[in-house]
Design a protein around this ligand. Structure first.
Ligand SMILES: Nc1ncnc2c1ncn2[C@@H]1O[C@H](COP(=O)(O)OP(=O)(O)O)[C@@H](O)[C@H]1O
Ligand SMILES: [Mg+2]
Length: 411
């Protein structure tokens, strides 16, 4: 913090709208708001005695000024409020200011009652002073405020994203692709990723990843009133790649999952994880849940075969006729020239082009299952294709090196 000369000036609140927005960021600009002149004067004295601190005093809270928090945070690094003048409004103002996290809020009071201080601290006020003021305390608080105002802003957390994998028939490869996609996504993006296995009954995503989970989706859906971040965290198993796994139940379940409960699970998961990958097997009964919300990306996994392509055609025309980029077709176990189907026939059957082609690689798939080492961790043709899917999904460009060799696997 540069040691520019400090200063003190007095304003009515209406002046705020006309205050120029350019403050020297090497100094600390402070708005001091308090109706009581004696208390405000004592605080102003203590603040403006510090080098580099510029204080502007305001004599009252203008209750009718809706824009107040926005204006304050535009012009000031620190806002100091009198907690005794109108404590309800002061608490409200502090909460509004803290919602955007740009301003450091302090309060002062002549009342030694600790309950008042607790109320302000709960609202997020960082420093609470009781009169008579201790100059040392004020100096330390200003240093904390200054360090905070020069710290780089924390990167904003991107909105979470849901990727739902749905197969046109059992055995299409949904679990293989979803589980390996989750690992690639976590590795490529370095963001928190959760894999939820809804491939009931007896989904096997966890087994494929070599995890023996203690808990499952059934525990999460049992009691939605208990379901919060903490509870979800105790149910999630961790794969060595860092991916969280909420496994399918290891036994047959009498009840189908309640749609509302499932939406709640997804809502809680979205608070804690940036990417949520769902293995849905080939269930179409959850079509009206958040798994298929308009901001979810659906990967429809199919193979080149008469019944798979017929099912794919029915699913696309019935459930997703209007979904554009949010529906991506994955052709699994793709071999370039099969006798019955060329690329044109496949596109015709699906009513749209395929986005992804995962090669048929029996040896790699087999190796993965016998060692429980995810494909994503090796460099097989399957894993290279899935890695491209994951990179595009999290907004990264396709690997340039692999782009050439894998040109036939994605468009
Ligand atoms: N691209 C592929 N090449 C070869 N085998 C594959 C491929 N994708 C999946 N498999 C194998 O197909 C079988 C079924 O895959 P799985 O992912 O369990 O399907 P689903 O979850 O749709 O029932 C597994 O034995 C898996 O190893
Ligand atoms: Mg499966």
């Amino acid at each position: 913090m540069a040691c520019a000369a400090g200063g003190r000036s007095r304003f009515v609140m209406a002046d705020l709208t006309g205050t120029p927005g350019s403050f020297d960021k090497s100094s600390l600009s402070v708005a001091l708001i308090g109706a009581d002149e004696r208390r405000r004067g004592e605080m102003a004295e203590a603040l403006s005695g510090r080098p580099g601190v510029t204080v502007k005093e305001y004599v009252a809270f203008p209750h009718d000024l809706d824009e107040l928090p926005r204006l304050l945070e535009q012009h000031y690094d620190v806002v100091v409020v009198d907690a005794d003048s109108d404590s309800d409004f002061a608490v409200q103002l502090a909460e509004n200011l803290l919602a955007s996290g740009k301003t450091y809020v302090m309060a002062y009071s002549a009342d030694p009652d600790v309950r008042l201080a607790i109320r302000f601290m709960r609202a997020g006020v960082r420093e609470f002073f009781t009169l008579p003021l201790d100059n040392g305390e004020i100096a330390e608080a200003l240093i904390r405020a200054s360090n905070r105002s020069t710290a780089p802003p924390e990167p904003a957390r991107a909105a979470s994203k849901v990727f739902t994998f749905l197969g046109t028939k059992g055995g299409c490869g949904v679990t293989t692709i979803a589980a390996n996609f989750a690992i690639s996504l976590a590795q490529e993006s370095e963001r928190s990723t959760l894999l939820i296995d809804l491939g009931l009954p007896l989904g096997d995503a966890a087994i494929n990843l070599g995890i023996v989970p203690e808990f499952s989706v059934a525990n999460a859906l049992q009691d939605p009133t208990r379901l919060d971040s903490n509870f979800l965290n105790t149910l999630v198993a961790r794969h060595s790649s860092g991916v969280g796994v909420l496994a399918a139940p290891s036994d047959f379940q009498a009840d189908q999952p309640n749609r509302e409960f499932l939406d709640k699970l997804l809502g809680v998961a979205r608070q804690d994880f940036e990417f949520i990958v769902v293995d849905l097997g080939s269930r179409v009964d959850l079509m009206d849940t958040a798994l298929f919300a308009s901001d979810a990306v659906i990967y429809l996994v199919t193979q080149v075969g008469i019944s798979e392509l017929r099912n794919a055609n029915r699913m696309i025309t019935r459930f997703f006729p209007k979904r554009d980029w949010g529906l991506q077709i994955v052709l699994n176990r793709y071999k370039p020239a099969t006798l019955l189907f060329d690329d044109k026939n496949i596109e015709k059957a699906l009513t749209r082009p395929t986005q992804w082609r995962i090669p048929d690689d029996w040896a790699s798939a087999r190796r993965t299952q016998s060692t429980a080492t995810p494909l994503a961790l090796d460099d097989s043709q399957i894993s290279l294709a899935i890695r491209q899917m994951a990179r595009i999904a999290c907004g990264l460009p396709a690997d340039r090196e692999e782009k050439k060799s894998l040109f036939s696997f994605f468009r």
